[in-house]
Ligand binder design. Structure first.
Ligand SMILES: [Zn+2]
Ligand SMILES: [Zn+2]
Length: 127
């Protein structure tokens, strides 16, 4: 298990995350950096810096993190969109997708049908 604290990158941000592997953690961090801190894509320097800041969580926290199952949604609203969203609950993902659909695909109203479609498309996220 590895832990990332956003504050370790010098951000005034209390977000942190624990994941099973470095790769999995790096993916979730990249999504956070994009959505919250506006980094559209992370260069290899940045990824290396992020990975260097990974630490080992306490045994209690590691066990808690193991219980949480993350889900992933990969955008299929338009061909070629590589956007994805990883979160713990369907509600969080649907909210994130609604914002993305509006900003990137011009979807003004996120209908109930779309919500159901997103929920059906969710997959367990396993690095
Ligand atoms: Zn942050
Ligand atoms: Zn998209």
């Amino acid at each position: 298990m590895k832990e990332f604290k956003c504050s370790s990158m010098g951000n005034k941000c209390s977000w942190r995350h624990i994941a099973k592997t470095e790769e999995l953690l790096a993916d979730v961090v990249a999504v956070h950096m994009r959505d919250i801190h506006g980094h559209q894509s992370l260069g290899s320097d940045m990824v290396a810096k992020i990975k260097n800041s990974f630490s080992n969580p306490s045994p209690v926290e590691a066990r808690e993190a193991e219980m949480l199952e993350l889900k992933v949604y990969r955008c299929d609203l338009e061909k070629g969109c590589s956007w994805k969203y990883i979160a713990q609950t369907e509600e969080l993902i649907v909210d994130g997708v609604a914002v993305h659909a509006r900003e990137k695909h011009g979807v003004k109203e996120f209908s109930h049908e779309m919500k159901v479609k997103v929920e059906k498309a969710l997959q367990p996220w396993k690095g």
